[in-house]
Design a protein around this ligand. Structure first.
Ligand code: ADP
Ligand code: MG
Length: 743
């Protein structure tokens, strides 16, 4: 008898166990049972249905079978024709031995194998087959009266599909005690199968309803374990003590509010209120602020930072790129005006100082900044990863704000938190809207605030597709850019690559570039198919900044315009200069990589041209587009593409069709593989969902969250639910292991 921890090695044949371990990492009974069939076939499949490449499982009668010797090899081969009464298929064994006596005309078997092509016809080469008695004994046929289903497992090299089925059946038969992590009360309330029954339903179903019920139960378990784990994390976080930073009237924040040239939107006021309240509490804030591109998150964060300073502490703003850090410093200093001139002649009495620290600063400037940070003279500290280094110390870090968090990992957040004498409050901002279920799973240990509306007076952005195949459309694009510039506005042109330089190698892509092809969003097979058709187009290199700028400077429509470039390989001073000149309106067209993707804010920029737009992900296009339409003028975004693939067109059409970031985020999720979304795309959370899908299983996740809350309220340690507690521990172990692997 076996439990889920039992190792397969002693249980199965050594060969099968070895292959399962080697190719799929399956070593225990539990892991084998976690290997769900990919799909199910009814045993009565029609022989005429499957196409070349399909895996066929069907009952059929041998119509004709003969052996013959081969010219090129020794031995005899067996050729047969099988039929289900309606259709026929050819069956071949290159070595007839062992088969010729069984496969005789008139006999019925269950056949299983991949359909291949032979001289333009479909055939089964070396299929597995079993007599109906054998198949029934294996459960292959289910109970035929009930139209039993045949599970089809993912291919394991060197193991016949039936062997897997056989192993699973064997294991299911041996299984004695299956501990159930879902408490009985919850099972009853949610109408869930017991675990053992669910495993049987998934691996040996009679009906599709069985499959559904089994899967639902097992997915629910996954959701419950995760929600309990997150709930326990929240409880642990709520026990951490820090200093509450009480808001103070008549301080820096009040002075800032008086100077604010616009009114805060309702959303900004509400969220600001939430944050200031939380800052005053003696448990560290752990909040995610999500808001549409351009919804004004920076002001909200700045107000929180000023409140922290009023309370005697410091605040740090961490940005993902140097460009963005510099831009934040410039805009925050500008917004603060004399409030940023602490200790200087003419500074306001409440004034503080803003320090910038990035990796590329000269040693002298960096040392100066570090001094201001350590002494506490700088109330606001802005910078990149460089801030996380050990030598950077704060006098009293009260609040850490992480901007555009999808580029930051958990480790960086932890490093930031370690900088406070007491744990700092943490505010994480993202412009990539996160669907509710993802917020509940990946960010389940954070509170979330959402800014949905944009400040009043924002002009709409219109987005259009520009297929390069249409004559004249690309030229029209550049004319459009020229018209906008003639009207006093500015444009961005974004390329997926930096471009050729002497002897430049592969490191051509901007760090963090979310290239679609690299993410495997494009379906491999489909992509291959397309490649054959438009071979020449595929050889055309992707647009690079360096080449594009030459083309544009030569272009008749753009004569007399100031066209400059910006990319990650430029020296930092040059980047700063270009950005400053663009902000000041001295550059008409900025050709760049995705360095401008996040946060860059130049209200006079009205036009965004994205070259090879199909190479970018949905969220990324949405982000890029958010760089325009920030002033009073309508923004326009032109997606230039040579693609003709359906999936790419679907993405681009969706981006062109809506500016609702939440809708696009959802689409993005469906197009990426789930693991990517949870694993790297958001913030490096190592949440490894196995059978649960944040999209499909929204209801389950929500129900599980509710149940987890109740269970933990009554019993925070889950001492009364040891099985559940064990599952949580397993999960944490797996997380830890994945973390170590990542390095
Ligand atoms: P994001 O949320 O994308 O980071 P920002 O914080 O960069 O957006 O804000 C975008 C622009 O909107 C900035 O120029 C900012 O000054 C401006 N802004 C923010 N809040 C308001 C408001 N309530 N009314 C008008 N303009 C605002
Ligand atoms: Mg921003």
């Amino acid at each position: 008898m076996a439990g889920e921890d039992t190792r397969l090695k002693g249980l199965l044949g050594g060969q099968a166990a070895g292959k399962l371990a080697k190719h799929r990492g399956i070593e225990t009974v539990g892991q084998l049972l976690d290997f769900w069939p990919r799909r199910y076939r009814s045993a009565e499949a029609d022989l005429g249905q499957p196409r070349i490449g399909d895996f066929l499982v069907a009952v059929a009668r041998v119509e004709m079978a003969r052996t013959r010797s081969m010219k090129s090899r020794r031995g005899r081969m067996l050729e047969a024709t099988i039929t289900d009464g309606r259709s026929r298929m050819r069956v071949t064994f290159f070595d007839a031995r062992g088969h010729e006596r069984k496969l005789v005309a008139g006999q019925e078997f269950l056949f299983a194998g991949s359909v291949t092509e032979y001289r333009g016809e479909r055939q089964l080469a070396h299929p597995g087959y079993a007599t109906l008695e054998e198949a029934a004994a294996l459960g292959e046929l289910g109970e035929r009266d009930h139209h039993g289903l045949i599970p089809i497992y993912r291919h394991v090299p060197g193991v016949h599909p039936w062997t897997i089925t056989r192993c699973v059946r064997l294991v299911l038969g041996q299984l004695d005690e299956v501990t159930d992590a879902i408490p009985g009360t919850v099972r009853t309330r949610r109408d869930l199968l017991e675990r053992a029954a669910a495993l049987r339903a998934v691996h040996a179903p009679r009906t599709t309803a069985d499959v559904d019920a089994g899967r639902r139960r097992l997915r629910y378990e996954e959701a419950l374990v995760l929600q309990c784990l997150l709930g326990q994390r929240r409880i642990a976080a709520s026990m951490v003590a820090t200093r509450g930073r009480q808001q103070r009237e008549g301080g820096l924040l009040s002075a800032f509010d008086e100077r604010l040239p616009f009114e805060l939107t309702e959303g900004q006021q509400r969220v600001s209120g939430e944050i200031l309240d939380e800052l005053a509490r003696s448990t560290p804030m752990h909040r995610l602020l999500q808001g549409e591109v351009g919804s004004g998150k920076t002001v909200v964060a700045l107000r929180a930072m000023l409140a922290a300073i009023d309370a005697g502490g410091q605040a740090v703003l961490l940005a993902p790129t140097e460009v963005l850090a510099a831009q934040h410093e410039a805009s925050i200093t500008a917004m603060l005006g004399d409030l940023a001139e602490g200790g200087m002649l003419g500074g306001d009495e409440h004034a503080t100082r803003v320090a910038l620290l990035t990796g590329s600063m000269s040693t002298a400037r960096r040392r100066e900044a570090m001094l201001e940070i350590a002494s506490g003279d700088a109330g606001i500290v802005i910078g990149t990863h460089a801030l996380l280094e050990d030598k950077v110390t704060f006098a009293d870090l009260a609040l850490a704000v992480v901007d555009e968090q999808h580029r930051f990992g958990v480790e960086q957040r932890d490093a930031l938190r370690a900088k406070g004498t007491t744990p700092p409050h943490l505010l994480v901002m993202t412009a990539t809207p996160i669907p509710r279920t993802v917020a509940m799973t990946v960010f389940g240990d954070m509170e979330t605030s959402t800014l949905r509306e944009l400040p009043r007076g924002r002009a709409p952005i219109s987005t259009h597709l520009v297929p390069t195949g249409r004559p004249g459309w690309v030229d029209r694009t550049w004319q459009r850019v020229a018209e906008e510039v003639a009207a006093g506005r500015q444009a961005y042109v974004v390329c997926p690559r930096i471009g050729e330089e002497e002897g430049e190698g592969r490191h051509d892509f901007e760090e963090g570039l979310d290239l679609v092809a690299e993410e495997g969003v494009v379906d491999d097979e489909q992509d291959d198919g397309e490649r054959v058709e438009d071979g020449p187009a595929q050889e055309r290199p992707l647009a690079g900044v360096v080449e594009t700028i030459d083309v544009l400077r030569e272009h008749p429509a753009l004569q007399g315009l100031t066209i400059e470039m910006l990319h990650g390989r430029m020296p930092p001073e040059d980047k700063d200069t270009v950005m400053a000149r663009y902000s000041a309106g001295q550059i008409d067209v900025l050709v760049s990589t995705t360095v401008i993707e996040v946060g860059v804010d130049v209200p006079n920029a009205s036009t965004m041209v994205i070259l090879d737009a199909d190479r970018f992900g949905v969220s990324q296009l949405h982000q890029l587009r958010g760089r325009v339409g920030r002033g009073g003028d309508p923004g326009i975004c032109l997606l230039v593409t040579a693609t003709e693939t359906d999936s790419a067109m679907e993405r681009l059409t969706a981006v062109a069709g809506t500016t609702d970031g939440f809708e696009l985020a959802r689409l993005d999720l469906t197009q990426r593989r789930e693991g990517d979304v949870l694993g790297s795309a958001q913030h490096g959370a190592r949440t490894h969902l196995q059978h649960l899908s944040v999209l499909r299983d929204e209801d389950l996740i929500e129900a599980a969250r509710e149940d987890a809350g109740e269970l933990l309220d009554a019993d925070p340690d889950l001492g009364d639910h040891p099985a559940l507690r064990d599952r949580i521990a397993d999960w944490l172990d797996a997380e830890r292991a994945a973390y170590l692997e990542k390095g």
